[in-house]
Ligand binder design. Structure first.
Ligand code: HEC
Ligand code: HEC
Length: 327
């Protein structure tokens, strides 16, 4: 009877309050059992887009590297593992400047855009950051000392990467995420430095050529398509529409979508969702929330524009990538 009560209580806690779920997870010792490889992959997939460890110190950075967050929270603030996981989860769930400890970063890059990540991904990522040595840019140790801190040596165990053969899904994901990184870095960098109007011009002129340059680099056909496309060349075909629908359902259920692989004889067709975050809404949000000059310019460039009306964490479109089976 008691068990039944506990069970229904936890179902209640888990189902009605998203925020509580994270804390519930943290208090539950189960959470400390996680797969390090999975956690690292989650971090590369969800965080490196902005917190890129190989970006140059001076140019090309749109957010601090993850190791800077680790140093600030663990070495300076003295957080233990539970406090660290809790602080990172709380910030990611609701990034605001009053919760921020990295004032310099907020000033330089603006507050982190609010994004929704799949269930428990952030807890796993934070656990991994705490337990293991994570990728650190070469410049970081001297940068840290330059800010008046003592000598810095990263805490945690050595991480030994898993050796495994790449699947078609891994290959497609690599193409999609590196293209996303390239576009995202340029887009966020332009917004931070020059504002939304300039960024709109950037997307208009550069999105296609940058995407095409990655097609050439990987000898693949890389496209971003949508059911509500802005550029007429990005209209989804019948097969793509089916997967857009599937990804929408998964996202609504807060499920981590897996890449879809469709066999096309000698070739492989890869699909993967492109979710929105708050930043995207500057140009893809509800028309009444978009700055009038941005909306007017968009309509001038794309009179048939369908790509508005989005909220955060919705499927803006998908990666549709074709590549040869034989590499
Ligand atoms: C779209 C870009 C973007 C993505 C993706 C992103 N972040 Fe951030 N994040 C930022 C920026 C910009 C900052 C620096 C400004 C700030 O601190 O808010 C930041 C800062 C942070 C901070 C420090 C907060 C503080 O100021 O004390 C934490 C913690 C953080 N991110 C966690 C994450 C995690 C975990 C992920 C992946 C699950 C992630 N971020 C993905 C842009 C991003
Ligand atoms: C500064 C304005 C701006 C912002 C911010 C912006 N976009 Fe776009 N987006 C555009 C423009 C302009 C195009 C059309 C590009 C072209 O002509 O190739 C576009 C096209 C796209 C496309 C290709 C499909 C289509 O509709 O043509 C996708 C997918 C997309 N954006 C996703 C996003 C996501 C996800 C974000 C946030 C991470 C985002 N965009 C943020 C302006 C923006």
């Amino acid at each position: 009877m008691k068990n039944l009560f506990l069970l229904s209580l936890s179902v209640l806690l888990f189902s009605c309050n998203k925020k509580k779920e994270t804390f519930q997870d943290v208090d539950n010792e189960q959470i400390f059992v996680y797969d390090a490889h999975e956690a690292k992959e989650l971090m590369e997939k969800h965080c490196y887009l902005c917190h890129n460890p190989i970006a140059d110190e001076v140019t090309g950075r749109i957010a601090p590297p993850m190791v800077a967050i680790k140093a600030r929270y663990i070495d300076k603030e003295g957080y233990n593992k539970t406090e660290f996981i809790k602080a990172v989860s709380e910030f990611v769930n609701h990034p605001t400047d009053d919760k921020s400890l990295m004032y310099g970063a907020v000033k330089k890059f603006g507050v982190m855009p609010k994004q929704v990540f799949p269930d428990s991904a952030v807890v796993k990522i934070a656990s991994f950051m705490y337990d293991y040595k994570i990728d650190s840019p070469e410049w970081f140790a001297s940068h840290w000392q330059g800010h008046g801190n003592k000598n810095w040596e990263q805490s945690g165990k050595e991480y030994v990467p898993q050796v495994k053969e790449k699947t078609f899904a891994d290959i497609g994901l690599e193409y999609a995420l590196s293209t996303k990184k390239l576009l995202g870095k340029n887009l966020m960098g332009t917004i931070q430095e020059k504002g939304t109007m300039e960024a709109l011009a950037f997307c208009n002129i550069q999105a296609m050529p940058l995407t095409d340059s990655m097609s050439v680099k990987y000898n693949a056909t890389i496209k971003r398509v949508s059911d509500k496309n802005r550029n007429p060349n990005n209209k989804a075909n019948a097969e793509e529409l089916v997967y857009i629908e599937q990804f929408k359902n998964e996202m609504a259920a807060n499920k981590e979508s897996k890449p879809v692989i469709v066999d096309k004889g000698d070739k492989v067709q890869f699909y993967y969702p492109i979710p929105t975050n708050t930043m995207c809404l500057q140009c893809h949000g509800k028309p009444e929330n978009i700055k009038p000059e941005v909306r007017a310019k968009t309509l001038k460039l794309y009179p048939q524009d369908l790509a508005v009306g989005y909220g955060e964490n919705e499927v803006r479109g998908i990666w549709s990538i074709t590549f040869d089976k034989k590499k």
